[in-house]
Design a binder for this molecule. Structure first.
Ligand SMILES: [Zn+2]
Length: 411
């Protein structure tokens, strides 16, 4: 029968919900040996493999979730390079790209990105789409068509990445209305230096709009090295003053928080957790773009303080961000590229529960997916199976993978 199968594999213990725990064989890297069966696209049986001597030759992961991407500008580096590789240069070149942007070009980039992402093992992507007043609203109709076209293989979420003041215009309201029936998230940028009063005013308008149309907000916030935490502090104050607590909010980046004291981070983290604000850490673009100070020999790389925020009970996800555009020249919509670069840089142990949470479980919660990403009886047979026995094989350059979608081998 198609969409059915069986395999003997290793699964990270924290990604595996198994009833017969007593008989589970777990190796030193917390990989457990199991036999897995699936029928009609769903896992029908999951049992421990008893023989200690027979270690499976494959590691199984749930298909991945990308929490933060920019598919509308992916692969534009070749025509719009930012050879100085700093934030200012990226923004300037990005705005140049807007001048030649057409719906057709954007849709081609999106399609290419999604095809690669599916092939590499993603099941869902949240992507930002540059949004500005002069842009024809029709692009959204086309984007929603693409979302539908790919829906059997991939869940796609759009965030309209607009200047904050856009959400205080009639075009902003019109787009919010379209999002209320098609899905879609309000996005913006809060990066210092900024005028605190104006920022607070526009954030509160955005909160009102999101609340009116029952939408979420995802902000590029504190993606800087100056004024650590200035953006999140204004956001927290604005939420407090507006008394709107029903809007789900994601803070992407928050990289400048790393310069605050341990106590300050925990304190802000507690306030964020109380408001259920979720965080996406984006090490690749942050490390690449920020703090390119050649006058110091100190290597200071800003990124959201993942472990401290998790300690304050903030749900933190990892994301890739840009792919081959003015903001970041590398990447290929491959979760293993992102993880191979990020885990060593961030000192995140892949065998630990909180690391696996930031890769699989928190992203599934963030995108509100039906499946939390835990491998268990009844879950979708949506896997990435690697020729691997150890974590060293996972993060190697000779990775061989098979992607299964609803029980069928995709590639
Ligand atoms: Zn971004």
């Amino acid at each position: 029968m198609s969409n059915s199968g069986t395999a003997e594999v290793l699964i990270p213990r924290n990604l595996c919900l198994i009833e017969d725990l007593d008989n589970l064989n777990i190796d030193v890297e917390d990989l457990c040996s199991v036999s897995i069966n699936w029928e009609n696209g769903f896992v029908s049986e999951l049992k421990p493999l008893k023989s200690k001597n027979k270690k499976p030759k494959n590691i199984l992961f749930p298909r991945f979730v990308e929490t933060h991407s920019h598919v509308d500008k992916a692969f534009t580096w070749v025509d719009f390079p930012n050879l100085e590789s700093n934030y200012g240069g990226a923004l300037a070149v990005n705005l140049e790209e807007h001048k030649t942007r057409t719906s057709d070009k954007v849709l081609k980039r999106v399609e290419k990105s999604l095809e690669l992402a599916i092939k590499n093992g993603y099941r869902a992507i949240r992507t930002h789409i540059d949004t500005y007043k002069s842009q024809p609203i029709d692009i959204w109709i086309e984007l929603f068509k693409l979302q539908k076209k790919f829906s059997s293989e991939l869940t796609l979420q759009f965030v309209a990445l607009a200047p904050l003041e856009f959400w205080d215009t009639s075009s902003g309201e019109e787009l919010a209305k379209i999002f209320s029936s098609n899905g879609g998230i309000l996005g913006g940028v809060v990066v210092p230096p900024f005028n605190k009063q104006d920022t607070s005013k526009f954030l509160s308008k955005m909160l009102l709009l999101a609340s009116k149309y029952k939408l979420e907000i995802d902000l590029h916030i504190d993606e800087s090295i100056i004024e650590p935490g200035a953006g999140i502090k204004v956001l927290l104050e604005t939420i407090e003053d507006s008394k709107i607590n029903s809007v789900p909010i994601t803070c992407s980046h928050l990289s400048s928080l790393i310069s605050l004291s341990h106590k300050e981070i925990l304190n802000l983290g507690e306030k964020m957790a109380k408001k259920n604000i979720k965080v996406i850490a984006l090490p690749l673009t942050n490390f690449w773009l920020l703090n390119r100070d050649t006058k110091t020999t100190q290597l200071k790389r800003p990124v959201a303080p993942i472990k401290q925020l998790q300690k304050s009970h903030v749900d933190v996800s990892l994301g890739s961000d840009n792919v081959q555009d003015p903001w970041y020249p590398f990447g290929n919509f491959d979760p293993f590229y992102m993880l191979s670069c990020s885990l060593p840089m961030l000192q995140l142990n892949p065998w630990e529960r909180m690391t696996l949470s930031s890769i699989f479980l928190a992203p599934s919660r963030l995108l509100n997916l039906k499946w939390d990403g835990l491998i268990k009886k009844g879950c979708p047979a949506d896997f990435v199976i690697l020729d691997a026995q150890r974590w060293a094989d996972v993060f190697s350059s000779t990775l061989k993978r098979k992607v299964f979608i609803k029980g069928d081998l995709y590639c």
